[in-house]
Design a protein around this ligand. Structure first.
Ligand SMILES: [Zn+2]
Length: 243
């Protein structure tokens, strides 16, 4: 599983990983020069398949990968490779699979057809079922390390305020940061949700963690719909501490 907040970074890492899996070279993989690598890196290798949410009628990316797509993948995975020794399925935005789709995938991950590998790409692995996560090896890719460090430190500051119990402190923090640009705010919300995923695993933090996770998810969604940062931070200031 490739985890990165940056879509291009995780998709290109997945492409390189798939090329490495099918590379016919002798040295370090992917060699970039053999027939398999060239086809893989050009996106035309017949034994590498990509599953993604796809576009809706308006040309916008769909929000979910549905179970039908995973079922189609499952039957496709039974087919023998065309020219390589195995096949690779890349699932982009795997964290948009709904639970039904994830459960269908889980069956495949548990008993993959011979020679078949799966590469999952995810922005937020916390959205994947623990059973799916536990079947994956994790590879973190940072397109821009400085950017993700900034997101993590913003997220720490936000979570500290959210968990402090002080409404005044939270409001002040939100007010001070309302000039943050939308991209940075979105990265912060994502990082905060990743950090929350840890607390969701402990009994004590679960209720508050789940509440905050839902709130931050809602805020992220608003940002993607072009609601301003000021309004989103205002919502966090008002709803961040449960009454
Ligand atoms: Zn190669």
């Amino acid at each position: 599983m490739i985890v990165s907040p940056n879509e291009d970074a995780r998709n290109s890492a997945a492409g390189r990983l798939a090329a490495a899996m099918l590379c016919e070279g002798d040295g370090p993989r992917p060699c970039g020069a053999c027939r398999a690598c060239r086809k893989a890196l050009a996106g035309i290798h017949p034994d590498i398949s990509v599953v993604e949410p796809g576009l809706d009628a308006q040309g916008r990316k769909r929000r979910e990968i549905l179970v039908d797509a995973v079922r189609a993948l499952a039957s496709d995975a039974q087919v023998m490779p065309n020219e390589a020794s195995g096949r690779v399925f890349i699932i982009r935005d795997a964290d948009t699979m709904n639970p039904q789709a994830q459960n269908a995938l889980l069956k495949l991950l548990e008993e993959p057809p011979a020679g078949v590998s799966f590469v999952l790409c995810a922005a937020n692995e916390a959205r994947l079922l623990p059973t799916v996560r536990s079947r994956c090896e994790r590879l973190r890719v940072n397109a821009d390390a400085a950017e993700s460090e900034e997101a993590a430190s913003d997220a720490d500051a936000l979570l500290e305020k959210l968990c402090s119990g002080s409404r005044t402190g939270l409001c002040e923090w939100c007010f001070e940061n309302e000039g943050m640009d939308a991209r940075r705010c979105e990265a912060m919300l994502r990082a905060a949700r990743e950090a929350l995923a840890d607390s969701l695993r402990s009994e004590a933090g679960r209720a508050q963690g789940a509440y905050l996770d839902a709130l931050l998810a809602r805020c992220g969604e608003y940002l993607r719909r072009n609601v301003g940062v000021k309004a989103v931070l205002g919502l966090i200031a008002v709803d961040g501490i449960q009454k």
